[in-house]
Design a protein around this ligand. Structure first.
Ligand SMILES: [Zn+2]
Length: 268
């Protein structure tokens, strides 16, 4: 998971989302707003709704590779996912900054899970029983790392040596380390074996492409060919793997050599 680019919606789409949100906010009581959030979102988030076609198109621009999920970077992104669940935060149902494009295997288990750190920095897990009357969540700092507003790579590092699993970045504060661990758990980023396999395959793939780039550069290949090779690397899936190769290059002799020969690759 990496920080997603800041993209803006066009004015018409922004206005339409604001209108949908007002119809949720207009309901007087919180349980009613939760109900309205669900029903209004279901009604609007359809293939025939021009606003949501525009939302999906813009979210797709944020995705890596062939429209891959913002969380796992592996499966196809086909669900407009609320980072803060709409069933807890009905006031964020149509908030553009609360959306990412995600896949079913990430979005399904995440569902309504939400955790905060209270004012003492203690973890509060919010569980809403199925038949309970909804109550607003307690105040606190969101635990889930938000790829729209934060840099996930500040919290998480990928082990490129052996496991291809995420670990909390060294040197985090206690609360940030807790956020890193809980984010991994909520999104299941270390739980699915196929994700580690896919990251390992992406690592081999990035290495091969960078090696070929370095070789062609040494052979004085034409500039447009090198530019083509560079843009092909920048568009591949699992951008976190590429980010980690750059960040951890000094730990691996072969990466030190490749990035030493092509320092421009550090900016791709
Ligand atoms: Zn996913």
């Amino acid at each position: 998971m990496i920080r997603l680019p800041d993209l803006t919606l066009d004015a018409d789409t922004t206005t339409a989302l604001r209108g949908y949100q007002q119809s949720v906010n207009a309901v007087a009581d919180y349980p009613g707003r939760v109900e309205a959030a669900k029903s209004e979102f279901k009604k609007r988030n359809t293939a025939t709704n021009a606003t949501f076609r525009a939302v999906r198109a813009k979210l797709a621009e944020m995705c890596s590779g062939a429209r891959r999920c913002a969380y796992c970077e592996d499966s196809v992104a086909d669900e407009v996912e609320h980072i803060a669940p709409k069933s807890l935060f009905p006031e964020l149902t149509f908030d553009w900054f609360n959306y990412v494009y995600a896949c079913g295997p990430c979005n399904g288990p995440k569902s309504n899970r939400w955790e905060v750190l209270d004012h003492r920095g203690e973890l509060v897990v919010i569980i809403r029983e199925r038949d309970a009357v909804p109550e607003p969540p307690p105040p606190g700092t969101a635990v889930l790392v938000n790829p729209r507003s934060e840099h996930p790579e500040r919290f998480l590092e990928l082990d490129l040596r052996e496991t291809f699993l995420f670990v909390p970045t060294l040197g985090l504060s206690r609360s940030d380390e807790l956020r890193a661990r809980r984010t991994l758990d909520i999104l299941g980023l270390n739980r699915r074996d196929y994700l580690a396999e896919a990251r390992r395959a992406a690592f081999d793939d990035y290495n091969r492409h960078l090696e070929a780039y370095v070789q062609r550069k040494a052979e004085a290949a034409p500039t447009d060919e090198l530019a083509r090779r560079a843009s092909s690397i920048a568009r591949r899936q699992h951008p976190t793997v590429w980010h980690e190769m750059r960040r951890q290059r000094d730990r691996y002799a072969h990466l030190r050599r490749l990035f030493g020969a092509a320092p421009e690759a550090l900016t791709w």
